[in-house]
Design a protein around this ligand. Structure first.
Ligand code: PRP
Ligand code: URA
Length: 209
């Protein structure tokens, strides 16, 4: 079973509360998403593998830990996941970046894939899959399906707000992946929006309606 982590940190809680506020405008919303993603990324990447490498300091030779393995890949779910990429790349600047474009049908809430471009050698990479919202779970499940179909065996899904319904669906569909959540909300409403949530994450990040 993959890890499930609801990140418990006052800075993240405070910033998510600011995000929820309907008075928070596009510029601040974007900045907060970036900051939260970096803080969450720090937590999500704490088990990255390291190996000892021999170096020479100005004083002596020493065996020091360095990250090892193939460069990880950050694969945002478009559009809203894009807002989380810069915060994660601030931690791992040489990560590869892929994109998965999905939108939810407004009536059925079922996701449709409209774009998929992924880095090569995914079978050897850890993939970080960011999307601010996990509502019904349909988008995340489909994105993980796509990434796994390319041979990837190690996936960490990161979302800022999750609904219990989406979390359950994602855990049932993909029990092996690690999941990092900023805040677990109460429920979905009749339009499959998260309550209390923050509204439409993509529209708030990009200033659309
Ligand atoms: C939002 C959000 C997730 C999805 C979550 O995207 O960013 O991708 O909904 O809902 P689900 O868990 O019920 O699938 P949306 O489809 O609104 O597209 P957008 O990011 O382009 O606005
Ligand atoms: N997508 C969003 O952007 N917000 C929600 O509350 C649910 C899905």
């Amino acid at each position: 079973m993959g890890k499930l982590t609801v990140i418990d940190h006052p800075l993240i809680k405070h910033k998510i509360s600011l995000l929820r506020d309907e008075r928070t405008g596009t510029k601040d919303f974007r900045l907060l998403v970036e900051e939260i993603s970096m803080l969450m990324g720090y937590e999500a990447l704490r088990d990255l593998p390291t190996e000892l490498v021999r170096i020479k300091t100005p004083i002596t030779e020493a065996d020091v830990p360095m990250l090892t393995g193939k460069k990880l890949a950050v694969v945002p779910i478009l559009r809203a996941g894009l807002g989380m990429v810069s915060g994660i790349l601030a931690l791992v600047p040489s990560a590869r970046v892929g994109h998965i474009g999905l939108f939810r049908d407004e009536e059925t809430h079922e996701p449709t894939t409209y774009f998929c471009k992924l880095p090569d050698n995914l079978e050897e990479r850890l993939v970080i899959l960011p999307d601010p919202m996990l509502a019904t779970g349909g988008s995340a499940i489909q994105a993980v399906d796509l990434i796994k179909s390319k041979g990837c065996k190690s996936i960490k899904f990161m979302c800022i707000i999750a609904a219990p319904e989406g979390l359950k669906a994602l855990r049932e569909a993909h029990p092996d992946i690690d999941i990092y959540i900023g805040c677990l909300d109460e429920k979905l409403n009749q339009n499959a929006y998260i309550v209390p949530g923050l509204g439409d994450a993509g529209d708030r990040i990009f200033g659309t309606k």
